[in-house]
Ligand binder design. Structure first.
Ligand SMILES: [Zn+2]
Ligand SMILES: [Zn+2]
Length: 284
């Protein structure tokens, strides 16, 4: 009996549950045309045992408050990939910030305390960030770091003002999340396509910004986002079979996105390609 309990415990240790709370890029896009995939901006959670990691504070983060409350979590971790509005604008409405019994580690590439203090002050917001009741620790994103028993690796994205791509590893599970990245940036390229292929190789789940079609990107080179085909191309090179598109364009209506996914299920039958959808969770 003890042996089985030990095996179950070992298996449990390798679980990560990925959940999407905000999948839209650039600006919140509520409305009947976007309600299937959702209009909230970027926020994804990674849960494992009692560890909760929140990636980005777009408007989707508002609903993560209920998870913290339901599980009576006292320690949570927020990683901010960068500070563009669509990755920060929900944070002032994340209720655990106002709970004095909660510890929150917030990771940012640089000046995270200064950036959030600027966002949450008069006349932009009624509460002063420096006086929030929760216990907030600011941490600098390094190339490699650990949160609980999850190890995190990062890569520099090609994006105006910078952004970090993330690889979270637990046991033999690997979740790669790269938002706001122009895989084939024609100018200011800091990371090459081959380097991204190396980074994502071995991912159990690969999530990447796919904001544009091949036609649309012709006018949007240098904006720091990728096309569906560019994402699928690096996934194929890295032999990643489970691919999720995210950071949907605010003008990409549900029917158009469903058609795009349907065309890949025909052209790439050996891959599992999905579009991120609010409320979707994937267990690794
Ligand atoms: Zn964005
Ligand atoms: Zn951005």
């Amino acid at each position: 009996m003890k042996k089985y309990i030990r095996i179950i415990k070992i298996l449990r240790r390798e679980w990560m549950v990925i959940k999407f709370w905000g999948v839209r890029g650039s600006v919140p896009s509520p409305g009947k045309e976007t309600s299937y995939f959702g209009g909230n901006t970027t926020c994804v959670t990674v849960e494992s045992d009692s560890t909760l990691i929140i990636i980005d504070g777009g408007t989707g983060i508002r609903n993560v408050s209920s998870v913290v409350e339901k599980n009576s979590l006292k320690n949570i971790h927020i990683i901010l990939t960068h500070y563009h509005w669509d990755h920060l604008q929900g944070l002032p409405f994340f209720l655990p910030l106002f709970n004095p019994s909660i510890n929150i580690d917030i990771y940012g590439k640089r000046n995270v305390s200064k950036v959030l203090s600027t966002q949450m002050k008069q006349p932009f917001f009624p509460a002063d960030y420096k006086n929030l009741p929760s216990k907030i620790n600011h941490k600098k994103i390094k190339p490699f770091f650990n949160i609980g028993d999850i190890s995190v690796e990062t890569i520099e994205n090609n994006h105006p003002s910078g952004c970090v791509g993330l690889k979270l590893i637990k046991g033999n599970k690997c979740f790669t999340f790269i938002t706001d990245n122009e895989i084939n940036a024609h100018s200011n390229q800091v990371t090459t396509q081959d380097q991204f292929v190396d980074f994502i190789r071995g991912s159990s789940l690969f999530v990447h910004d796919a904001q544009y079609t091949d036609e649309e990107i012709k006018k949007k080179r240098g904006w720091g986002h990728s096309t569906y085909n560019e994402v699928v191309a690096i996934a194929e090179k890295a032999n990643c079979k489970n691919v999720v598109f995210t950071h949907h364009d605010p003008m990409r209506w549900d029917n158009a996105l469903k058609e795009i996914i349907s065309s890949y299920s025909k052209s790439k039958p050996n891959m599992h390609i999905k579009a991120a959808k609010e409320g979707m969770s994937i267990k690794l």
